[in-house]
Design a binder for this molecule. Structure first.
Ligand code: SAH
Ligand code: SF4
Length: 367
């Protein structure tokens, strides 16, 4: 039987387990510092932990992390990783550099059950939820990879739950992982550096008062019920009325606002009447709008709007008094949008094609 993963434990879970096994409670802090803060996974080098405790740890837990099985770097610096878990399932995770930040986009599930019609991951259906340690494990594995392959100082600073999966559909595991991201003695990220993006799972949004207070982004994509239902089947069960009733229950700290992600798709949700609907729906003081030009992929049903149309839409929202930004398209050459790399590579079986790998190595060398 495989051992339980150390990475599935929060610091208080670990303290409980230590005490139950007859060890000192404070060892939990020391262990979190070694594993998450220093990222030293060789148990023998944990000099301030007793031999007895070290033996118990290696007998009791697995310290295996997800394996980085593929890496690609875009000309713009974005890096995409495919990581593999013990059962050979894989997810992708992307690292995006911007000014003094290095943001990791993390997956919360293998596949996704929500089935948005514009999303590559949505076409796969849900394979399974990720465990807490598989979520923080993406951060750990990529941090170690960067330390080894790029530079000691290359550190991830921000997390967005915008990879594969609907994080609130995997509420408990994502909550545990988030507690570990925030743990002072461990990874030590601040609440403001983590953003959870949801398609609008109303019953779970109502439970956010019981979730660490991270930034919340709502994938809105249309302020009209019929258009939203066409794009996101979840809108049938939880329409705009129910969604916004739930959003009102999110406890927001002073001067923090909700971000509304708005995918712009040519001819679907990018017209004057869409601007008007959005203006009616959103409160200017409590909302930030982030426009995402649709990222086309082979076989996608929709088209991306022209740059002029995207700028026009932003300009309209700004004129109406909203804070509105455009998400820059990153890593286009390495299929960096949600779910694209994984599905493409599985379909084409590119893993075996050394020509593709060479292309990626070359782009790495140029950067
Ligand atoms: N399931 C969550 C989080 C993961 S998706 C959610 O839907 O919010 C993260 C973001 O990527 C979402 O806003 C989603 O709408 C967007 N996205 C999905 N497919 C896309 C595509 N083809 N082009 C651009 N953005 C896409
Ligand atoms: Fe799932 Fe988000 Fe993709 Fe919709 S956009 S299918 S919720 S991952």
């Amino acid at each position: 039987m495989t051992k339980p993963s150390f990475f599935d434990l929060t610091i208080s879970d670990l303290a409980d387990e230590l005490v139950a096994a007859g060890h000192k409670k404070f060892a939990a802090t020391q262990l979190f510092e070694w594993v998450y803060d220093r990222k030293i996974l060789d148990i023998e080098s944990w000099t301030n932990v007793s031999k007895k405790c070290r033996e118990w740890l290696s007998e009791t837990y697995s310290f295996d992390l997800p394996k980085v099985i593929f890496h690609a770097k875009s000309y713009d610096g974005t890096r995409k990783f495919l990581v593999q878990f013990e059962d050979k399932q894989t997810v992708e995770t992307v690292v995006i550099p911007a000014r003094n930040r290095l943001t990791q986009c993390i997956s919360s599930q293998v596949g996704c059950a929500i089935g948005c019609t514009f999303c590559h991951t949505g076409t796969q259906g849900l394979k399974r939820h990720l465990k807490p340690g598989e979520i923080t494990g993406q951060f750990m594995s990529v941090s170690l990879w960067l330390r080894e392959n790029v530079h000691e100082e290359e550190r991830l600073t921000n997390i967005v739950y915008m990879g594969q999966g609907e994080p609130l559909h995997n509420y408990e595991n994502v909550k545990k992982a988030t507690i570990n991201f925030l743990e002072q003695k461990g990874l030590g990220l601040s609440q403001r550096k983590i953003t959870l993006s949801t398609s609008g799972l109303v019953p779970k949004i109502k439970m956010l008062h019981d979730f660490p207070p991270v930034n919340i982004a709502i994938s809105l994509h249309s302020a009209k019920n019929d258009t939203r239902t066409e794009l996101m089947p979840i809108n049938k069960a939880y329409d705009l009325q129910r969604l916004f009733d739930a959003i009102k229950s999110i406890p927001l700290k002073a001067h923090r606002r909700i971000t509304y992600e708005y995918l712009l798709i040519a001819g679907v949700n990018d017209t004057k009447s869409d601007v008007e609907a959005l203006n009616k729906l959103l409160d200017k003081r409590e909302s930030k709008i982030n426009l995402i030009p649709f990222n086309e992929y082979p076989g996608s049903n929709y088209k991306k709007p022209s740059n002029d149309q995207v700028l026009w839409f932003m300009d309209q929202m700004i004129k109406k008094g909203y804070t509105c930004t455009i998400r820059a398209t990153k890593g286009e050459d390495i299929l960096a949008a949600c779910g694209q790399l994984k599905t493409q590579y599985e379909k084409l079986n590119l893993w075996d094609q050394s020509v593709e790998i060479r292309k990626i190595e070359n782009s790495d060398a140029q950067a």
